[in-house]
Design a protein around this ligand. Structure first.
Ligand code: 13P
Length: 253
């Protein structure tokens, strides 16, 4: 049985004094909740990973980074490595986010290299894929998704140690959410790809998250789809009451 994952990707938001307040409030919200069927993840900007981990240690949420460099270590000013995340005992790391692909020219090959590094360091990658509006309008969404999957997972063995996030680029930060049916259709394609590339039991165990203008108002309908196992939430994860509300809805499903 796959657990629902509610993950907040803060992107480049929040200032240091706000972080503690947010996380203590989130911890309070989670305190009395039964999270047997839901995992909560917070992915803050890297300067806040330490304080987030410290607070998570006494709470019920997990911590993820937003990116790593694909090299082991060395002269890569400004970058962080998978080994650093491991040394901080972090659980997750987002890779291949469309914003990294767009603004930092991250290719499928780089995503693949990052995935390998994360696995070597026992960190669970949250691998993001998704099509642009133009690609959807051209009717090539499936082709794009499959080629991103083939690229990211080239020579990768998986075994309960990966999460995939389908984030249609046209739905990110636009207020325009994919309909539950549109999202389900792509999630089913991803699960079929997992079955064909790996095995049925692996396909059934991998969590596939939806991301793109997810909010309290639409989370339930999306989570009710058979292949949508959670959400990777940007904007609405910056508001602790909205984020907590989405967790509450997931817990009650
Ligand atoms: P929004 O929820 O702000 O659309 O962002 C989604 C996203 O990119 C999460 O990684």
């Amino acid at each position: 049985m796959r657990k629902i994952i509610i993950a907040g990707n803060w992107k480049m938001n929040m200032l240091f004094p706000e972080v503690e307040e947010f996380l203590f409030e989130l911890s309070d919200e989670l305190e009395g909740k039964d999270l047997n069927s839901v995992d909560v993840i917070v992915c803050p900007p890297s300067p806040y990973l330490e304080i987030t981990s410290d607070i998570a240690n006494d709470s019920k949420f997990y911590v993820g980074a937003q990116n790593i460099n694909e090299n082991n270590n060395g002269a890569y000013t400004g970058e962080i490595s998978a080994a650093m995340l491991k040394s901080m005992e972090l659980t997750y790391c987002i890779i291949g986010h469309s914003e990294r692909r767009k603004y930092f020219s991250e290719s499928d090959e780089m995503v693949n290299a990052k995935l390998k590094k994360l696995h070597e360091n026992c960190i669970v990658p949250i691998v993001c894929i998704g099509e642009t509006l133009e690609q959807r309008e051209q009717g090539i969404t499936k082709k794009i998704i499959l080629s991103q999957l083939d690229g990211a997972f080239k020579d990768i063995k998986i075994n309960n140690n990966v999460v995939i996030a389908y984030e249609p680029i046209w739905a990110i930060g636009t207020g325009k959410t994919a309909t539950p049916q549109q999202a389900q259709e792509i999630h089913a394609i991803i699960r079929k790809w997992l079955e064909e590339s790996y095995k049925k039991d692996i396909a059934e165990n991998v969590s596939i998250l939806y991301g793109g203008s997810m909010k309290p108002e639409n989370v339930k309908e999306l989570l009710l789809q058979s292949d949508i196992d959670g959400g990777l939430i940007g904007g609405a994860s910056l508001d602790v009451s909205k984020f907590s509300k989405m967790i509450e809805i997931a817990v009650e499903l």
